[in-house]
Design a protein around this ligand. Structure first.
Ligand code: 7TS
Length: 408
């Protein structure tokens, strides 16, 4: 089990008050808070060794380049990439998925081809593929979910035929909390000849990820959901695929030679890192990886299973509350719910007055909400710094919300 008290002490923001109540932060699925180790690493990078990377022959630029490239090594080891050049720094998950949709998709998807997604995807793993298939005369197919929010894996055999060129799906749902049987789906998709992209925006912060064991072709994730800064994300790609892909964005650093009418491309990973990268943000991601690895990703996952199970039990005891998604054993620390027909924005607003931050809305998963017959949900998401007492407080304050609205 995690030493939550010690972890909490690393996060300066957790000691502040909101509306004169202690902050209870339950929106880490949107973006996590940052430990002082990450803040200090970024502060030190700006104070002590800041310069642009890959350009200078002077000391500061060489130091900054070393720190930036060290961060790449840390990320490569965190996801067990086979080679450091398979790790490309992007701005976030969304940009990483778009990189694949534009660079790989435009070269490999044609008329009549299919891209397979699932009904539980975030808009970031839907819209880039809609743009691609519209441009190419290809089509989208969706692996359906069950009413309790699990993928209907048994439908894969019907859907995976030779037209499916890519299967792109999330490791963990940002609404249902469902942890998908990722390894099995990757194996079956690849056996059917498809390339596989994993949306790791929710999976990577919460569980051990080994891209070689998963045998995926691409993995996209964001630093800001895993204790790192905003403005930094990662695309992992299998070397052979990345090497064969044309560039995504053109500009400085991604070229080998530029003529007036044509150019040639830099080697991996720089071919996909056009322009000045988010240097200090990548260094911050490296520090976040160190921080999470010191805790141990197995421990992070165990803490989430336990916290989600406890929070679900407490919330289900609140009259009129219904939780979307599967039982606790099959999910991470994300709990989306409806409550007594109260609009989720009202729930979030009234909880905010008690110092509790939850998200309300469709959580960038409108097709999923439509499938579930819901317009919106309130969502509490738990991370390494959340405690069972915070789940107790959430349940107690929801009861208070119901009392206030009943009187109104
Ligand atoms: N994929 C999933 C599964 C996500 O949960 C998110 C962000 C993204 C992709 C996009 O990540 P970004 O860093 O590029 O924005 N999810 C959420 C959320 O649930 N609430 O706010 C952002």
């Amino acid at each position: 089990m995690l030493d939550t008290e010690r972890i909490r002490a690393d996060f300066p923001i957790l000691s502040r008050r909101v509306h004169d109540k202690p902050l209870i932060f339950l929106d880490s699925a949107a973006s996590s808070q940052k430990p002082r180790q990450v803040l200090e690493a970024m502060d030190a990078a700006y104070r002590d060794c800041y310069a642009n990377v890959h350009r200078g022959v002077y000391c500061l630029s060489e130091e900054a380049t070393r720190c930036y490239e060290d961060a790449r090594d840390k990320v490569a080891s965190f996801i067990n990439a086979g080679a450091r050049e398979e790790v490309i720094f992007t701005r976030n998950t969304t940009e990483a998925i778009n990189l694949v949709a534009y660079a790989w998709g435009r070269a490999n998807v044609g008329p009549g081809d299919r891209v397979m997604l699932t009904e539980m995807e975030h808009h970031s793993n839907i819209v880039p593929w809609q743009i691609l298939v519209a441009e190419k005369g290809a089509e989208l197919v969706y692996l359906p979910i069950t009413d309790d929010g699990r993928l209907q894996v048994e439908r894969l055999d019907d859907l995976l035929d030779e037209r499916v060129k890519l299967v792109a799906f999330t490791i963990m749902s940002n609404v249902l909390g469902t942890i998908n049987p990722t390894e099995e789906i990757v194996r079956r998709a690849r056996a059917a000849g498809a390339v596989v992209l994993l949306d790791g925006a929710q999976g990577t912060p919460h569980m051990p990820i080994d891209v070689q064991a998963l045998d995926c072709d691409f993995l996209a994730f964001s630093a800001h959901k895993m204790c790192g800064p905003s403005g930094s994300g990662v695309l992992y790609g299998r070397k052979e695929l990345l090497a064969a892909m044309p560039p995504f964005l053109g500009g400085g650093d991604m070229i080998r030679r530029v003529g007036l009418y044509e150019s040639t491309w830099n080697e991996l990973p720089y071919k996909f890192e056009a322009g000045t990268p988010p240097i200090v943000e990548a260094i911050g991601l490296g520090a976040a990886v160190d921080y999470l690895q010191a805790i141990g990703m197995e421990n992070v996952l165990a803490h989430e299973h336990a916290t989600a199970a406890y929070a679900m039990e407490r919330l289900l005891a609140v009259e009129g509350l219904a939780i979307a998604g599967p039982p606790a054993e099959q999910r991470g620390g994300v709990i989306a719910f409806t409550f007594c027909g109260i609009h989720p924005h009202d729930i979030a607003h009234l909880l905010d007055l008690e110092g509790i931050a939850v998200r309300a809305g469709h959580h960038c998963a409108q097709p999923l909400h439509q499938r579930l017959g819901l317009v919106a949900t309130a969502r509490a998401s738990f991370y390494i710094y959340n405690t069972p007492q915070e789940a107790d407080q959430l349940a107690a304050d929801l009861e208070k919300v119901a009392r206030i609205l009943r009187k109104a």
